[in-house]
Structures are given as C-alpha cells and as structure tokens.
Design a protein around this ligand. Structure first.
Ligand code: NAD
Ligand code: IPM
Ligand code: MN
Length: 361
C-alpha cells in the first residue's frame, strides 16, 4: 500500500488536483493500484487555515508519506504579508525539510502540440530535454539575506549565492546518471565568467565527468543557454544547473512544448523519495474559471508512479492516456490554436479518465 500526500495549494491548485484525484481513483478501481491518500495544507491555504505556509501537521504527514503531489501555491492576497509567512516559503520549506535537492524538469513535445509551440514546428519536433535543477541551495537559501537600512539611511536588499562542492557533486551525479539512460550528453549551465560559485561548479562538474566516460560534458553560460534554448533547443539532452538559473530556464523550455500547463516535475531526495508538481504556478489570473490545463499535474502524477512508487506500468498508462486525449484533439485554452474551441479543466480530466478506462478494458 503506497502512502501519498496530496497538497492542492492555492488558486488553480485545487482545480487541477481534483483531476489528479479522479485519475488516482480510476487507477485504484481499474488497475489494482493500492494507495492511501491524505490531503494537507501547503501555501496560502496553510496560512489561512493553520497560520503557517508549511504547518507542522503537513510536515508530519509529508515525512510519513512515500510521495507527495502538489498543485501550486501563491497568490496576490498573500503578497503583502510578512516574508516568513508567504506561500512560496512553504514550498521552499518543504523542499529543504525533506532534502529534495534534485529537481527533474523534462520538456517533451507531444507531436500533437507542435503547432501550440511558439517556435516553428521543425525547431521543436521530437524535442526531449531534461533540465536537472539544484533545488535546496544557491541564492534561494544562502545567507546572509534580508532588507536592511544602512548607516547612511539607504535601504538595501541582499541575497547570497553559495554552493559547496558536495552540493554541486550530488546534483551533477543525478544529471550524469540521467544522461547515461538517455542521450549521453550533459550541458552544465553556469555563469563562470563572472561568479566564483560558478567557477567551482564548473570545476566539480569537469572532475565528475571522468567517472562517466560514456557521457559527454559541455559547459555553457546561462545567457547563451537561454538564447540557445529558443534558437536550437534540440541540441540539448540533459541540462544541469543551479537553483535560480534552473527556475528561469525551465519556464523558458516550457513554451517549447506548447504551454507551461504541460510541464511536470519531480523533486527528489537522496533516496528517490519525492514531491511531484507541475512547473507552473497557481495562475491567479485564471483561477475559479475552470479553464486551467490539468495535464502538467497528471504528468507529474505519472512521474511519481515511475520514480517514487515503482509503478512504471501505471505511469505508462497515464502518459499514454494523456497522449490519446491530445490525439483526439482535446485542448484546454492554453494549447488550443487561436480561433478554435477549448475544453475546461474538468472535461480534460474526464477525457483522461475515459482513455484510462479504455486501456483497462
Ligand atoms: P504562473 O505559472 O502561475 O502563471 C503564468 C502564466 O501561465 C499565467 O498567465 C497563467 O494563467 C498561465 N498558466 C499557468 N499554469 C497554467 C495552466 N495549468 N493552464 C493554463 N495556463 C496556465 O506564474 P505567475 O503568474 O508568475 O505566478 C502566480 C503565483 O504562483 C505566484 O504567487 C507565484 O509565486 C506562484 N508560483 C508557484 C509555483 C509553485 O507552486 N510551484 C510555481 C511558480 C509560481
Ligand atoms: C517553481 C516556483 C518556485 C521556485 C517558487 C514558487 C518558490 O517558481 O517551482 O518553479 O522559484 O522554485
Ligand atoms: Mn518557477
């Protein structure tokens, strides 16, 4: 019996989580999936209900679970509150507390969505990139940090970018191991022409490469990498990078696949236990309308089945069901060609459930 913790979060989070729940139910009813799901607060909903973006009760349930599925957190109603209580701090807090240092963000183009990409079909067809983002270090977590008034009366905001060699090595190992199972190439993205932390990053990655003779390592500066991602994205196999660069590059890679509503992610600890979530945020601009694309969340569920629950066959079923609804021509607004009609969140979830039922039959 697998124990899964569901963290719907804020705004569209609960809307897309409801669709994941339906998919889990059909896996249980028709595929013999054995799971016990609990639900807990993370983000703004935690602040409102329990006074903290990462309530103690949530952390306890997280530690008792085999895997977690998150919708998304955040929203303008919490933007003005004290920094420690912001919804995003809840997400950062659970990543740190659970040791989820390895963030895998695959950007795969479903052939049916070639026209939804903002790039020409020939530039993105067959795209399959894996961004490996370091998730519990770097400028997101370095200290000192804060906003202070200096002696001259001027306020100053500051953050610190730090990486030690152990942090760099362990994320590098994840990237090299992934490349061995894929296309055999790692591109390490840094800013070593300016930043000392990147100088060390590059040195450690280069040393590590000697343990992986079957993988080719290249290095690229992050500004060039952003440009290359939209110029010729298929040159990449695995990209490995730090926390902030990975955050930015993965949103950029999302558009190559048609929409940020399509991109799943896994955040893993050293044992492979993880939190799974769509790359996108809580989309307050469309929340409550029932139009959000739930597929990134369903694909995150598939990643959870594969990476943390050892249910690769079920993961394949979910991914194939997603593929088949796209083949049927179903599109939420974010991936629908202009001037064509779109389905809502629920109809998309229902279609995936139907496709799964058909596969079980
Ligand atoms: P966002 O990803 O929420 O939205 C960016 C744009 O993409 C919006 O126009 C939105 O409507 C669209 N979009 C996002 N997901 C979509 C989906 N599933 N279907 C259709 N369209 C979708 O980014 P933002 O607007 O910069 O941030 C909103 C809030 O989300 C902020 O509070 C931010 O901190 C938070 N956030 C949370 C996470 C997370 O929980 N992992 C990630 C990113 C941002
Ligand atoms: C993401 C998000 C988070 C991040 C925020 C909400 C803390 O943008 O998961 O990509 O920056 O890591
Ligand atoms: Mn992000």
């Amino acid at each position: 019996m697998h124990r899964v913790l569901l963290l719907p979060g804020d705004h569209i989070g609960p809307e897309i989580m409801a669709e994941a729940r339906k998919v889990i139910d059909v896996l249980v009813a028709e595929f013999g999936f054995s799971v016990e799901c609990e639900t807990a607060h993370l983000g703004g909903c935690g602040v409102d209900a329990e006074g903290a973006p990462l309530p103690e009760s949530t952390l306890r349930l997280a530690k008792a679970s085999d895997a977690m599925l998150l919708g998304a957190v955040g929203g303008p109603e919490w933007d003005g509150i004290e920094r420690e209580l912001r919804p995003e701090r809840g997400l950062l807090g659970i990543r740190a507390a659970m040791g989820l240092f390895a963030n895998l963000r695959p950007a795969i183009l479903f052939p049916e969505l070639a026209a939804a990409s903002s790039l020409r079909p020939e530039v993105v067809s067959d795209l399959n990139i894996l961004i490996v983002r370091e998730l519990t270090g770097g400028i997101y977590f370095g200290s000192p940090r804060g906003v202070e008034q200096r002696a001259d009366g001027v306020r100053e905001g500051f953050n610190t970018l730090r990486y030690d060699e152990n942090e760099i090595r362990r994320i590098g190992e994840v990237a090299f191991a992934a490349a061995q199972r894929r296309g055999g190439q790692v591109c390490s993205v840094d800013k070593a022409n300016v930043l000392e932390s990147s100088e060390l990053w590059r040195e450690v990655m280069t040393d590590l490469a000697s343990n992986y003779p079957d993988v080719t390592l290249s290095h690229m500066y992050v500004d060039n990498a952003a440009m290359q991602l939209v110029r010729a994205p298929k040159q990449f196999d695995v990209m490995v990078t730090g926390n902030l660069f990975g955050d930015i590059l993965s949103d950029c890679a999302a558009m190559l696949t048609g929409s940020i509503g399509m991109l799943p992610s896994a955040s893993l600890d050293e044992q492979g236990r993880g939190l799974y979530e769509p790359v996108h945020g809580s989309a307050p601009d469309i929340s409550g309308q029932g139009v959000a694309n739930p597929l990134a969340t369903l694909l995150s569920l598939a990643m959870m089945l594969r990476h943390s629950l050892d249910e690769a066959a079920l993961a394949d079923h979910v991914e194939q069901a997603v593929r088949s609804v796209l083949q049927q021509g179903l599109r939420t607004a974010d991936i629908a060609p202009q001037g064509t009609s779109a389905v809502g969140t629920r109809a998309m979830g229902d279609a995936v459930v139907e496709a799964l039922r058909a596969r079980a039959a």
